[in-house]
Design a protein around this ligand. Sequence first.
Ligand SMILES: CC(=O)N[C@H]1[C@@H](OP(=O)(O)OP(=O)(O)OC[C@H]2O[C@@H](n3ccc(=O)[nH]c3=O)[C@H](O)[C@@H]2O)O[C@H](CO)[C@@H](O)[C@@H]1O[C@H](C)C(=O)N[C@@H](C)C(=O)N[C@H](CCC(=O)O)C(=O)O
Ligand SMILES: Nc1ncnc2c1ncn2[C@@H]1O[C@H](COP(=O)(O)OP(=O)(O)OP(=O)(O)O)[C@@H](O)[C@H]1O
Ligand SMILES: N[C@H](CCC[C@H](N)C(=O)O)C(=O)O
Ligand SMILES: [Mg+2]
Length: 494
Amino acid sequence: MQLSKLLAPILLKKITDTIDTLDITGITADSRKACPGCLFVALKGHTVDGHDFVAGAVEQGAVAAVVEREVEGLPVPQIIVHNTRDVVPILASTFYRHPSHSMKVIGVTGTNGKTTVTNLIDKILTDQGHRTGLIGTIKNRIGNQEYDAANTTPEALELQETFHRMKEFGTEYVAMEVSSHALDLKRVAGTRFRTAVFTNLTQDHLDFHGSMEKYRNAKGKFFSQLGNTYEDRLVDNRFAVINADDPEAGFFIGQTVAQVVTYGIDKEADVRGLNVQIEAGGASFTLASFAGSIDLHLQMTGKFSVYNALAAAAACLCEGVGLSAIKASLESVSGVDGRFERVVAGQDFTVIVDYAHTPDSLENVLKTIREFAKGKVYTVVGCGGDRDRTKRPIMARIAAAYSDVAIITSDNPRTEDPEKILDDMEQGLTDVSRDRYVRLTDRKDAIRHAVGQAVAGDVVLIAGKGHETYQIIGTTKHHFDDREVAVQAIRGEL
Ligand SMILES: CC(=O)N[C@H]1[C@@H](OP(=O)(O)OP(=O)(O)OC[C@H]2O[C@@H](n3ccc(=O)[nH]c3=O)[C@H](O)[C@@H]2O)O[C@H](CO)[C@@H](O)[C@@H]1O[C@H](C)C(=O)N[C@@H](C)C(=O)N[C@H](CCC(=O)O)C(=O)O
Ligand SMILES: Nc1ncnc2c1ncn2[C@@H]1O[C@H](COP(=O)(O)OP(=O)(O)OP(=O)(O)O)[C@@H](O)[C@H]1O
Ligand SMILES: N[C@H](CCC[C@H](N)C(=O)O)C(=O)O
Ligand SMILES: [Mg+2]
């Protein structure tokens, strides 16, 4: 693509040399991925500054660079802009010819439930015979082809390239998770969304956002940007699907000019779950909506699963999918990888692996378990290193409050000292008696201990890692799968 065409929509401060005849073959923000003929964009990161790698990118073949400040001695033209992070999503979307404009992209944001809701939306739309794509924490998928996901929401360049490949494949619908980091770091700024879904807002990521208000405002941007240009509104409908029961529902509704569709259980809503029954093997409810009412029996349990099903149903009702089709798809889902996943290896007690890594999700999962546990509840839980420190004592307190025994342990300590993370967790246990919790730094020891104590009728919850198949210690990823370790522990092979 001609560089001058690519730069047309961008407000430039200065160009250091003529670019009239320059064609570029690609764009990258990572010097290590620079190819001959590409454009390099220098981003200031949390660890390093991309401006320090412009020369390296040029050595690898970059023919021009977009920068915030001129780098001395470069043999290629430099395009100087005010903020490269603002510019990169526009460049990415323009380079790939705005792929999100020709698909219906349904984005899901919220502290908990994004992966589950996107998977449910994807299931309903795929069952309708649509070509679909999925972007999220566990994996990205185009048709039947799966790709590893480094982040829940990819950086703008990777995202637009993924959209491009989806479009080439003939994808009609994309269900994607939109994290608050992505909103803050402008990863989705170049994306046109058909629908924005809000699940809930509770504490997480305070290390990154600084306060709950800033965290909420980051998510608010998703709704304020939805269909907010005149041109956008002329094209087709935009929907904001909002959890009416969340205390912040009003805030999110107030942010958007899109058509609001609410869902909920406790409060009046456009798509409502009535007569909710939670059992060990699933959840039943009546879905009452503007399209009629229908009874549903989910294989997934917990009130939170009803919310996730309602969110997915509301988003798909906006697409004109019929209620009975929605029911059939939702009822056929046995669960999502690593979310309330049962581990069965011949034992006479229940073992559940779940991705609860926030105070709210842990509380929800434990409340659900408490509703059907006949015996004792053992909870294995840790908190991630290099992440929100303030959630650590809260999560430990929740684990102890709802369990007979809480086993606090490590969950991706990353570059922090695992013992310090456990010290932080223990701050929440100062008034909990010592026989109600155990501290075992090694996650294998913690799982072995919980499984070793459990007898018939008991429940062991292993929380925090879900689908993850690794434990990050320092900067090294070691293979670790809670489900595998649980099976080994049950079989006495640990
Ligand atoms: C805080 C955060 O989001 N960090 C992301 C960020 O890393 P960073 O700011 O440290 O980047 P950096 O290493 O300083 O590099 C700055 C720039 O220099 C470039 N560079 C760097 C080195 C080099 O040799 N050459 C070079 O050009 C880099 O490509 C980059 O453009 O940019 C990286 C490259 O795209 C991301 O992988 C990284 O995500 C890290 C792995 C991460 O853990 N992110 C988490 C916090 C996150 O985003 N989580 C949310 C989900 C949360 C949830 O769902 O609950 C998510 O969407 O995944
Ligand atoms: N609607 C919900 N409300 C509260 N907790 C939920 C909800 N849905 C799922 N959970 C809990 O949160 C955990 C994570 O669910 P899920 O992976 O769907 O969320 P997520 O928002 O994608 O998380 P992440 O931010 O890590 O990507 C689940 O394992 C479950 O414990
Ligand atoms: N998306 C979340 C995942 C947390 C998963 C948990 N296992 C941890 O490592 O803290 C994050 O990056 O904060
Ligand atoms: Mg997710």
